[in-house]
Design a binder for this molecule. Sequence first.
Ligand SMILES: [Zn+2]
Length: 273
Amino acid sequence: MPPRDKLATPFERVTVQYATTGGTKVMWQLHRLFTDPQPHSFQLQGAYGGVDGSDWVDIGLPVLNTFFAVDDEQRIYGKNQDWNYRVVLTTPTREYTSGAVTPRENLNFRDWRLSTDLIRKERLRLNDLVGVQGFLLKRKRYGSRCTRCVEKLSDEVTDSDCPVCNGTGILVGYYAAIPDVYIEIPPVDTSEQMDNLQAAGTVERAVVQGCRALGDPGLDVYDVFVVKGSDVRYVVRDVNDMATHRGYTIASTVTMNQLPFTDRAYKIPLEGT
Ligand SMILES: [Zn+2]
């Protein structure tokens, strides 16, 4: 275990980007070894200045056990240069405040308009034409260690099929599913796919390259995509930015593995924790 004071600030990274739905999205990442008990309540705050003594105001309602919040107000950052965000986390044990973060400096109002227009077009293309509708299960990067299968000394996961952590080593291991996520999944040669699945039983998985997803919500390796209706599940293996505008990801190319129905991933609850 690291020294106790190392986790006095569990926030590892707080980032700001424009939300595809308008407004601003603030995302945070907590330290891998942060193990305060649930629930974790996050309050987004904003202020001019952003130093101690600023008048921080709550933005929206607190959100529970998640990794982002959206400020719906359309702020023109080119004119409000000194606007800042921060996040206040309240757990059953104590309260933590992140450092202040400023919206991406190189995104002025004109760039933002261009970015949102590009995102809108990409979203229309995915939603109406080529995308498969589904749920995105974001894998947790931190949280209470699995009480059943994690080796205490080495912190290693000893059971990839563990019913408590779903093989992640962290309790339940995934956030509540994000609905209405669209991913373009190119057709795969069916016979080849079946061969792959049968040849290696439950271990080998059918690889689907050249999938395409919006930059928001961003996909990360080991996230799980659940196809609406059929419940076919894929695990994300690789993500590359494909179209960016001024540092903002419009779309990504993604490699995913289709999981056989025997895979543990089919037991991950969509409700999360
Ligand atoms: Zn486990």
